[in-house]
Ligand binder design. Structure first.
Ligand SMILES: *[C@@H]1O[C@H](CO)[C@@H](O)[C@H](O)[C@H]1NC(C)=O
Ligand SMILES: *[C@@H]1O[C@H](CO)[C@@H](O)[C@H](O)[C@H]1NC(C)=O
Length: 250
């Protein structure tokens, strides 16, 4: 007899990982959806992390509020030709759907929800890109003020016709990745690259466990060639970002 109710229940959960989330205190994620893409740096892909409706919802919250993205220079953001997207920050717990996604990210990454920064939603149009850079701070003054970004989760909210790949130029896995010239952009050839697929989530670690920066976590967003690329970024910090925000608002 194989029809144990427990086995049937587990099968049910593994096919519908998000279905039972929030019906109880237990949050189910689907480990079978996760692939380790690279161990050096540590990069993981979670297929179908968001539903289509969740992806569309995040875009709708951002539409109409986007401004040219900036890069951090000392304490403030400045416009730079290295980053040409438009973006906007949402608030943590902005609404029920965002809260649910933030809990799901914490459960997947095993990192505390309070360490997450508010999500930043980004739109890359034709030709727009973000040149390779580090998400972790290297400036000690910034680290004192803000902690440091141990991990990054990128949520892909749209499919992109061509281009817009996330690229890791220093990943060791780049040598073994096969890429054809048809579906990958030329930019994507210079590293380990990940195509933006609506609903997928990418997790990578910017710091080693001893908090020193992982120099291989260098990454960028290739220029979009066809279509629009929408993503949401969740940076996860070494310290409670909720405490940082409270101090800032005090
Ligand atoms: C793909 O394009 C690059 C650069 O244009 C070229 O060097 C390479 O030989 C091409 N590869 C294939 C398989 O066509
Ligand atoms: C931190 O860990 C990394 C990876 O194991 C190692 O390469 C590096 O030397 C360590 N740094 C320090 C300061 O211990």
């Amino acid at each position: 007899m194989v029809s144990s109710p427990i086995i049937i229940f587990s099968l049910f959960i593994s096919f519908f990982p998000n279905l039972n989330a929030y019906k109880s205190d237990v949050l189910f994620i689907g480990p079978s959806h996760v692939t380790q893409l690279s161990s050096n740096p540590r990069i993981f892909l979670y297929k179908k992390f968001l539903t289509k409706d969740e992806s569309d919802h995040i875009i709708s919250l951002a539409k109409g509020k986007l401004k040219r993205s900036t890069v951090l220079n000392g304490k403030s953001g400045v416009i730079s030709s290295t980053r040409t997207s438009s973006s906007v920050f949402l608030s943590k717990n902005q609404d029920e759907i965002i809260t649910k996604i933030e809990h799901r990210i914490a459960a997947w990454t095993f990192l505390p929800i309070e360490n997450g920064e508010p999500m930043q939603v980004l739109r890359y149009e034709n030709g727009q890109k973000y040149d390779p850079h580090y998400d972790a701070f290297r400036n000690e003054d910034n680290i004192k003020l803000w902690g440091n970004r141990i991990a990054t989760v990128l949520l892909y909210l749209s499919n992109v016709g061509k281009g817009g790949e996330t690229i890791f130029p220093h990943s060791q896995a780049k040598h073994s990745q096969k890429k054809d010239n048809e579906s990958w952009s030329e930019c994507a050839m210079d590293g380990y690259s990940v195509k933006a697929v609506k609903g997928d989530a990418l997790l990578f670690f910017n710091l080693h466990l001893n908090k020193s920066i992982d120099m291989k976590s260098f990454h960028g967003s290739c220029p979009v060639i066809h279509g629009n690329k929408w993503t949401a970024t969740k940076w996860i910090n070494t310290i409670s970002f909720d405490n940082i925000l409270q101090k800032k608002n005090a």
